[in-house]
Design a protein around this ligand. Structure first.
Ligand code: NCD
Length: 356
């Protein structure tokens, strides 16, 4: 693995890099004790500007199981961000203390922005509704460990496809597997954003849309459930209208294939009934455990790479802005922004528009 630097999107990895990462993950799963000192002396900077249980804990546990240590915060109120410090300054400083940085931030494109000011690798642990590459690593490790490949699979993605960053990241990555058929299961108001639909079309990824799980369940090899992302709704009433609009139960699961996998990035709210947990097809807790091993493999790999600071893009937001009001460029105005109207924002992938 020679070109891997920042991990903004898992699709940034070449096939060879991902295959090496998966092999290392498998070795760690089979013999974790062999890696107890692999990152001794290394420090992970863990910056969580948004709530997290699994991602935060699993990164910290991963670093500790490798013999390294962790600094950082899980409540931005306890960091200088609360005093108005820019992301650029926080990152410049933390990257002079730590050997790697993992960051979750509610602004879309924040990880890309951070990577431009970091002298150590930055791992995106979720940037708003945009991407979440290490969840994709978790999802792929689960599918590959339990089924060997994702090729020719019929994969249902159910729930909040609009704001669910885990779905967006997973779709980006599935592009490299032949014969994958996608079933997008969501109420109209929670369908995939246009830029993601465009992505599927541009990459010839066959998909169909359904508004209930029951409609497509018997076809599926994998069912990827997600919760409605309440915190990303501008209007609480909109959320209330959609709350509980789909739910997987043990009864519904009777119609599914005997070897279908039920995945969920967690946390679950009520979209999977508790009575599903005892079904051997429900692998979401196993998935969360695999995620920790995948993160161990990622940290170990990054810790060994010679690192060169990425070149900054020239400053030049001349006459354009990102159309996405949740984009990091809206709150960190010093960020360089180049491109033409209609092209994609280099941070969050939304279209660029005229600055009026
Ligand atoms: C996901 C996330 O944060 O995007 N959780 C996770 O990282 N395991 C999914 C979610 O919050 O719904």
């Amino acid at each position: 693995m020679c070109n891997m630097r920042h991990i903004i999107d898992l699709s940034d990895l070449t096939e060879q890099e991902f295959s090496d990462l998966y092999k290392l993950t498998s070795n760690i799963i089979d013999r974790p004790e062999g890696y107890a000192d692999a990152c001794r002396g290394k420090v992970l900077g863990s910056l969580f500007y948004e709530p997290s249980t699994r991602t935060n804990l699993s990164f910290s546990t991963a670093m500790m199981r490798l013999g390294g240590s962790v600094i950082g915060f899980s409540d931005p109120g306890s960091s200088s961000a609360a005093k108005g410090e820019t992301l650029k300054d926080t990152i410049s400083m933390v990257s002079s203390y730590a050997d790697m940085i993992v960051m979750r931030n509610p602004r879309e494109g924040a990880a890309k922005a951070a990577s431009m000011y970091s002298s150590v690798p930055v791992i995106n642990a979720g940037d708003g509704g945009h991407l979440h590459p290490t969840q994709t690593l978790t999802d792929m490790v689960t599918i590959l460990r339990l089924r060997g490949t994702a090729e020719n699979m019929k994969i249902g993605l159910c729930g909040d496809l609009k704001y669910g960053r885990t779905v967006h990241s997973l779709l980006h990555f599935l592009e490299r597997y032949r014969g994958v058929q996608l079933y997008l299961i969501a109420p109209d108001a929670l369908g995939l954003p246009d830029y993601m639909l465009r992505f599927l079309k541009e990459h010839n990824m066959p998909f169909c849309q359904a508004d209930s799980v029951e409609q497509v369940l018997p076809e599926l090899d994998v069912l990827y459930m997600t919760r409605i992302q309440r915190e990303r709704f501008a209007d609480a009433q909109e959320y209330e209208k959609l709350e509980g609009s789909y739910r997987l139960t043990a009864d519904k699961l009777r119609r599914a294939k005997k070897d279908m996998l039920v995945l969920h990035p967690l946390p679950r709210v009520d979209e999977i009934a508790q009575d599903v947990d005892d079904d051997p097809r429900a692998v979401y807790f196993k998935q969360a455990r695999y995620g920790m091993f995948g993160r161990m493999a990622l940290l170990l790999t990054l810790s060994k790479l010679p690192f060169e600071r990425a070149g900054r893009q020239a400053i030049g937001a001349h006459g354009i802005k990102c159309a996405n009001h949740k984009c990091i460029t809206r709150t960190e105005p010093y960020l360089p922004l180049t491109g033409r109207v209609g092209e994609r924002c280099p941070y969050c992938d939304a279209p660029l528009e005229l600055l009026l």
